[in-house]
Structures are given as structure tokens and as C-alpha cells.
Design a protein around this ligand. Structure first.
Ligand code: TEU
Ligand code: CA
Length: 560
């Protein structure tokens, strides 16, 4: 068993803008986080992943960085950051920072220089190309609508931006860029951080001809073939590991869009010398239709189980999974995969989903508010939304003549602001998040759904998460056990075994509101059983051979 602290950890993601405001400007900040560290300690998480807090014009809420070694004014000072790091370490928690180096902000000094002239020493820090026939250099579309190229009149060339036009892609072919990144990483690591989450890290290597993507004339296309897991990606990551990461006891998780388990094994394989784990997007795509995330289609448990099982088995013994259903880019999981139609169903379905995430093989990631069962939001007007991805989509679809109601329904289902409404701390004004006006409106359900209520209620989702995290510490099998799905064809129940030596862990999850019967395969023998956790009261005398499961019922047994 290859024991590693990052395999045994539970990570909690903080989106600083929406976590806790300490100075009444309606924007979360570092001192706000510091004031909530005991809450995190009570929950029992081991690592905090802090979304970007660096200087940024906030075109993409901090994922557009203008100074990698300075703290955004709105969030506080580097002294506040040092205090946060110390506060976490004193409580036995670790801190990983967000590394956003596929692109910088266009207000970064490097880009300010680069756009000055074609022979500026920083020109090749970015990807500049002349236009073609009076148009962009190729037909690639941006993740945030429109072209992935922006014309810059001053030097009569275009620069590449896979995301917003204020997020120019860095040119990783340039060894000076790579060295700048490694020096910056070393600066943060020498301050004592415990690792990095790496933003779209598998996009940094582009094939150099920058060829058009296939697709009908006159439409922007996803150019993924030219930059997803590009030609030099493993060379770059192995160099980053050799030059920087290998010198520290750190945890790394790469955000890798479009990866398959086979690709992932090349990033996280034990002897690859690259990353510890990656965030895959396949599971996040099971409710997207052919034209992408806004083409909302119903997901099926068959698809859900197929994807999770594939990843569990593909990385078994050679790599490691990250386990998540929520983050700052995804809608709230209890609304998307659970049931938020009533407090009772939200409670049991939130606990069922948590049981899945904390009993699979891999490191679980909790996104702020997930432990409270926070839900999606429905703002009446597009004016209330702030996310650039939402606003650009709304503009593009409106211009294309789509009707407002359909557009808003897509935003209600999949918009990133679902995850970015401020943390709901209590039932007081502005949910205790701020004494001012929040940068994004609070979800109106904060009076029922908030941390004070959850911590006070032993039957809350919060205390269920706390118990799951404790179990992880008590039972190696939860971390290191092999995974084997049971009753794969069942379209309502997700059941699986984890095995480690003679021990077995049986997990049985009813994914829906309808009651369901589960019959344990005869092939599973055991002499003793211990119920470790369930989201319902289970009568002391009950059979494991045949279970009648209530709505969203989850059960975890240790079998001897
Ligand atoms: O996200 C990368 C990414 O692919 C997301 O844009 C995702 O595909 C999309 O939002 C799904 O709705 C990372 C960051 O997590 C995201 O917040 C940034 O906007 C993006 O990179 C650019 O830095
Ligand atoms: Ca503030």
C-alpha cells in the first residue's frame, strides 16, 4: 500500500469572493476566511484549496492574474495571507493554492510589454499570429463564446485567448515563460504552502501550426485537437516536477479538461513524475447534449455508474482519483444529481451523494456550502448574474435569436453562479456573509439552509459529512480498498464493494426518490457485519441479503 498524506486527506475548496466578508464591502476576503477556520476544523477537513487570491482585474473572478506574487486588494494583504496559512497549519490543516498559468490577465506587466511591439523582449511570452484573409489566424472558438483570437491594432496581429479576451494564453514554448512560472511556484512553496491545484494545466502545450479545427465554414470550433494534452504537455510537467515540485512534500491536482482515464494515467501514474491526481470532466458532461453544457439533457444512473466505474478501475493500482461533484464552475450537486424539492429530500439525497464521494477510491473534494446542502439559485433577471461565461453565452444566444426563457433555463441548470452565491452562515441579514451588500445576491433559501442551523442539528448534512470524514481516518479500506461494482445493470441503485485484504466494505445507494429493493449477490460471503453509516435509522435486526431502500437511502457496511 503506497501510503500518502494526500491520499488520506479530504480537501475543502474555498472560493474566496463568496466565503466570508470581514470588512463590509460585500466581497469575501482573507480575514473573513481566518474568522471561519474553527468551522473548517470542526468539519474535520485536512486541506484547503484556495481559489485565486492574486492581483486581478476580476474579469474571470481571479482566474485572470495580473501579478502572481501579490494579493488582490479586495481580498487583503500578503500579511493576511501569511496569517491564514499560519492559522491553517496551527490547526493541523494544509493549504494548496490555485496555479493559473495557461494564461495571465491582459493587465499583467508581461502582456503590457508584449503588446507594445513585435520586437519587445516579452513579445514571445504570449501567442501572437498575423490574421489570415482579413480574419483570425484560425477558426478556434473561446470557452467563453466568440473567437479564441483578439486583434491588437497596435502591432496588427492577433493574440490567442482560449478563455476571455482579457486572459491571453502564455506561450509555454518559450523557456523564459516556463522559468518565470517555476520561479513563482518556488516563491509560494518557500512560503510554506502544501501544493497546487493547476488550472486547465493540460492545455498549456499547443501544436505549433495552429491548424483550423474541423467543422462547418464560418463557425468557431473547439480546437481541442491542437491543445488538449498537446505535443509537449508531459515534457513540460516532468520539467516542472523536476525543477520545482520534487523538491517539496506537496500535493498536486491538475484540472484536465477532456481527459480519458488512459490520458490521466500518463499524468498521475506512480512513476510518471508529473502530478498526484487530476480532475476529470467526463462525469460533469453526462447531462450535456451534443452542443455542449448549455444543451441540458437528463442524465442517467447507467451513464453515471459507467463513468465512475471506468475511472475507479482504470486508475486502480496506478494513479489516483479526485472525487468531486461540485466546484466553483459546476451547479450545486444536490440540485443537479440529488433532490432539492423539499428539506427532507434535500437532506437524504445530499447525504447519499456525500456517501458516494467519501467511499469511492480517491481524494474527496468538498466545495464550500456542499456540506450544508446549498442549492442552485434562480435570479429573475440576467442583470443579477456576474459570471463572464454566463454573460457571454447570454449575449451570444440572444444575438442568435434564442428566446430568453430557454436561455435562462440553461443558466438555472448549469450556470457557474449557482455555485458562487455567498456562503450561508446564519439566518440573519445577508446570511451572515456580509454587513454590506453582497457582490452576488444571497440565495433566498438561506433562512433554512445555513451553517448555524446545520451545526446545531445533529441530523444535518454537515454532521453526516463530519462522520464520513471521521470514518476515513478510522478505516484504511475506505482510502486504499479496491473497487468492484455490484449489480451494474441496476438503473436505480448504485452498489459497490471495496476490498482490502480480508476486509470488505459494502456501499449501497438508492439514487432516486422511489423505494428500491437490493439483493446482495450470493457470491458475497461474510460472517460479520457492522453498519458504519446510513442516512436513515436502520433497525438493529436486519438482513443484508435483501434490503428495502427508502428514498435516497444510503448504507455503508464493513463485512468480515
Ligand atoms: O476552468 C476551466 C474550464 O474548462 C471551465 O471553464 C469549465 O469548462 C466551464 O466553466 C464549465 O462550465 C478553469 C477554472 O476552474 C475556471 O473558473 C476558469 O474560468 C477557467 O479555467 C479559466 O481560468
Ligand atoms: Ca471584504
Amino acid at each position: 500500500m503506497d501510503r500518502q498524506w494526500w491520499k488520506e486527506s479530504v480537501v475543502y475548496q474555498i472560493y474566496p469572493r463568496s466565503f466570508m466578508d470581514s470588512n463590509g464591502d460585500g466581497i469575501g476576503d482573507l480575514q473573513g476566511i481566518i474568522s471561519r477556520l474553527d468551522y473548517l476544523k470542526t468539519l474535520g477537513v485536512d486541506v484547503v484549496w484556495l481559489s485565486p487570491v492574486y492581483e486581478s482585474p476580476n474579469d474571470d473572478n481571479g482566474y485572470d492574474i495580473s501579478n502572481y506574487q501579490a494579493i488582490m486588494d479586495e481580498f487583503g494583504t500578503i500579511e493576511d495571507w501569511e496569517e491564514l496559512l499560519q492559522g491553517l497549519h496551527e490547526r493541523g490543516m494544509k493549504l494548496i493554492m490555485d496555479l493559473v498559468v495557461n494564461h495571465s490577465s491582459d493587465e499583467h506587466q508581461w502582456f503590457v510589454e508584449s503588446r507594445k511591439s513585435k520586437d519587445n523582449p516579452y513579445r514571445d511570452y504570449y501567442i501572437w499570429r498575423p490574421g489570415k484573409d482579413g480574419r483570425e489566424p484560425n477558426n478556434w472558438g473561446s470557452f467563453f463564446s466568440g473567437s479564441a483570437w483578439e486583434y491588437d491594432k497596435n502591432t496588427d496581429e492577433y493574440f490567442l485567448h482560449l478563455f476571455s479576451r482579457k486572459q491571453p494564453d502564455l506561450n509555454w514554448e518559450n523557456p523564459k515563460v516556463r522559468q518565470e512560472v517555476y520561479d513563482m511556484m518556488t516563491w509560494w512553496l518557500d512560503k510554506g504552502i502544501d501544493g497546487f491545484r493547476m488550472d486547465v494545466i493540460n492545455l498549456i502545450s499547443k501544436e505549433q501550426q495552429l491548424l483550423d479545427a474541423e467543422g462547418p465554414e464560418g463557425q468557431y470550433q473547439f480546437g481541442g485537437k491542437s491543445f488538449v494534452n498537446g505535443p509537449r504537455i508531459h515534457e513540460f510537467l516532468q520539467e516542472m516536477n523536476r525543477e520545482v515540485l520534487s523538491k517539496y512534500d506537496v500535493m498536486t491536482v491538475g484540472e484536465t479538461v477532456e481527459v480519458t482515464p488512459e490520458d490521466a494515467a500518463l499524468f498521475v501514474g506512480k512513476d510518471r513524475g508529473e502530478l498526484n491526481m487530476v480532475f476529470q470532466f467526463e462525469l460533469m458532461g453526462i447531462d450535456s447534449g451534443p452542443s455542449g453544457k448549455w444543451d441540458v439533457t437528463p442524465w442517467t444512473l447507467a451513464d453515471f455508474k459507467r463513468v465512475v466505474s471506468k475511472w475507479q478501475t482504470a486508475l486502480q493500482g496506478n494513479g489516483w482519483n479526485s472525487l468531486y461533484l461540485n466546484n466553483h464552475d459546476q451547479p450545486r450537486m444536490v440540485s443537479r444529481f440529488g433532490n432539492d424539492s423539499s428539506p427532507e429530500l434535500r437532506n437524504v439525497s445530499g447525504k447519499m451523494l456525500a456517501t458516494l464521494l467519501h467511499t469511492l477510491q480517491g481524494t474527496p473534494y468538498i466545495y464550500q456550502g456542499e456540506e450544508l446542502g446549498m442549492t442552485n439559485v434562480r435570479f429573475e433577471s440576467i442583470e443579477d448574474y456576474k459570471d463572464i461565461e454566463i454573460l457571454n453565452m447570454h449575449k451570444e444566444y440572444t444575438a442568435a435569436g434564442r428566446d430568453e426563457k430557454t436561455i435562462m433555463e440553461s443558466i438555472y441548470s448549469k450556470g457557474r453562479d449557482n455555485a458562487r452565491t455567498p456562503m450561508q452562515w446564519n439566518s440573519g441579514p445577508q446570511a451572515g456573509f456580509t454587513t454590506g451588500t453582497p457582490w452576488l445576491p444571497i440565495n433566498p433559501n438561506y433562512k433554512e439552509i445555513n451553517a448555524d442551523q446545520a451545526v446545531a442539528d445533529p441530523n444535518s448534512i454537515f454532521h453526516y459529512y463530519k462522520r464520513l470524514i471521521e470514518l476515513r481516518k478510522q478505516h484504511d479500506i475506505i482510502v486504499y480498498g479496491d473497487y468492484q461494482i455490484l449489480r451494474e445493470e441496476d438503473d436505480q441503485i448504485y452498489a459497490y464493494l471495496r476490498s482490502l485484504g480480508e476486509e470488505k466494505l459494502l456501499v449501497v445507494l438508492n439514487f432516486f426518490e422511489a423505494p428500491a429493493e437490493f439483493v446482495l449477490p450470493d457470491s458475497i460471503h461474510f460472517s460479520g457485519q457492522e453498519l458504519l453509516i446510513s442516512n436513515y435509522e436502520i433497525p438493529a435486526e436486519h438482513s443484508l441479503r435483501h434490503m428495502n431502500l427508502r428514498p435516497y437511502e444510503a448504507r455503508v457496511y464493513k463485512l468480515q
